[in-house]
Structures are given as structure tokens and as C-alpha cells.
Design a protein around this ligand. Structure first.
Ligand code: MG
Length: 254
């Protein structure tokens, strides 16, 4: 079911968006060569406790998950692109890291993700991150009242295709509200003018993710982490936004 929020409710969702943005910023500053992924999870967990927020991940146990997630953060490194379960791994020079974080504040959820390189970057990784960021911006730009979900999907995919990337439509954006995952699903490719008509008060996460040379992924032995079939690296960028009568509000803006 697709739910619309009143302007008052959208205002009530701002603290969650600000908090998630603060955590993503803190993680991006803390991530460096020599830092363990478990330290990043601990940092996010500490910030949750200090803020009195609630993790959307720690008890998350969907039908495809082997067991409850048990951490508060997704950390996907190199050929891992989504749902990376934090593990005892020390970041190395040139690693491409994606962090994905969602939490609830005052009963409202926000969800955001960011990719970065620690240490000396490969130029092609910086380019992949840049393209993914532009796809996110294009998707947000299409999130206007009277456009349709397919317009967001198409805007994202156009940026990816122009860069020669293949696009997976299995995992994408979603409605956000009292819980992390609601309707509608926002695939990262689609036909313009098709799908649910966007209305003021629709709050959604838009989240393009791309791999260098494939759109095929598989689940790691940990039961969560999604890796590229061919070992190529991935990037993932996400914001939670509210559709309005005018410009969309980026609730997780940093
Ligand atoms: Mg997310």
C-alpha cells in the first residue's frame, strides 16, 4: 500500500533525515586505510544510542535473510555492492566502500547510502561513484508531483547507460515511513510515463547502484552481502526524499 504524508508529517520526518545524514558524514570521515568495518558499525551504533534512535537493521530478518542482520550498518567493499554485513576486515589502500544506514527517530525512518574510496583511488572507481551520484541526482530531479515512478527509474538508467553500465532492476528504491521498506518499489530502470503517479507527501528512498561490467549479483556465504558475479566493483548512493508541490525535499541531505 502506498501511503502519503501530510506536510506536518513530512516536517516530523526531518529529524530522522538529519540524524541519518550525520551518521553517514561521520562514517565517511572515519573510513580510512587501517580501519576495521566492525569499528564503523560500532561508531554508528554509538551514535544511535546517543541520539535515542532505533536501528532499522539490527533485528531485520526478511524471508531472504539467513538470520537477523545483527548490525546497524551495511558495509560493502569492492565487489560487494549491497547489504554488506560488517565483518572483521581492515580497509586497505584503494578499497571502494559503500555504507548504507537507516534509522528511526521519533517513529519515522530515513535511509541513505554513500560510496567512497579509502587511500589512493583507481580513476575508474571515482568515475563509477561520480556516475552513481549523477544518477541519484537525476532520479531526485524526476521526483516531482504528476511525474510517475517510471520517470524516476528512466532518469536513473539514462545516466548509467550513457556511461556504458548495465542496470539491475531487482533491488532499488522504496517507500519510507514508519518502517524502512514500503511501496512503491522504485527500480533503477523503467519506462517514462509508466507506474504510480507521484503525489505530494510521497516519501521514498531513491538508490541507484552500478557495477563496472555486469548487472548480475550473487549472495555471499554470509547470507547477506551481495557481490558482483564477475568480481567487478560497485557503487551505491541513496537519499530519502519527499515529493512536494515543487522541488523535492532531500531529507537526508548532508
Ligand atoms: Mg539504504
Amino acid at each position: 500500500m502506498i501511503e502519503l504524508r501530510t506536510p506536518t508529517q513530512v516536517e516530523q520526518m526531518r529529524p530522522a533525515g538529519r540524524f541519518v545524514a550525520e551518521v553517514i558524514t561521520a562514517l565517511s570521515q572515519a573510513a580510512d586505510v587501517g580501519v576495521n568495518l566492525l569499528e564503523l558499525d560500532a561508531l554508528a551504533h554509538r551514535m544511535i544510542r546517543e541520539r535515542g534512535a532505533e536501528s532499522c537493521y539490527i533485528d531485520y530478518h526478511p524471508s531472504f535473510g539467513a538470520s537477523p542482520f545483527g548490525k546497524v550498518l551495511c558495509t560493502s567493499v569492492n565487489d560487494a555492492v549491497l547489504h554488506g554485513l560488517p565483518r572483521d576486515y581492515v580497509l586497505r589502500d584503494g578499497d571502494l566502500l559503500s555504507v548504507d544506514f537507516a534509522a528511526s527517530v521519533d517513529g519515522w525512518v530515513s535511509d541513505s547510502a554513500l560510496s567512497l574510496v579509502v587511500g589512493t583511488p583507481r580513476p575508474e572507481d571515482l568515475e563509477l561513484i561520480e556516475v552513481t551520484g549523477r544518477a541519484l541526482a537525476a532520479g531526485i530531479g524526476a521526483a516531482r508531483a504528476d511525474n510517475r515512478v517510471g520517470d524516476i527509474s528512466h532518469a536513473i538508467a539514462e545516466v548509467g547507460r550513457a556511461a556504458g553500465l548495465k542496470i539491475n532492476t531487482q533491488f532499488g528504491g522504496h517507500g519510507v515511513g514508519r518502517t524502512m521498506h514500503g511501496d512503491p518499489h522504485i527500480p533503477n530502470d523503467g519506462r517514462p510515463g509508466r507506474g504510480f503517479k507521484l503525489k505530494p507527501g510521497l516519501v521514498i528512498a531513491i538508490e541507484p547502484w552500478f557495477l563496472h561490467t555486469t548487472d548480475q549479483i550473487f549472495t555471499d556465504a554470509d547470507g547477506w552481502t551481495l557481490r558482483s558475479q564477475d568480481g567487478s566493483r560497485g557503487a551505491h548512493m541513496e537519499h530519502t526524499i519527499a515529493v512536494t508541490e515543487g522541488e523535492p525535499i532531500v531529507l537526508t541531505a548532508r
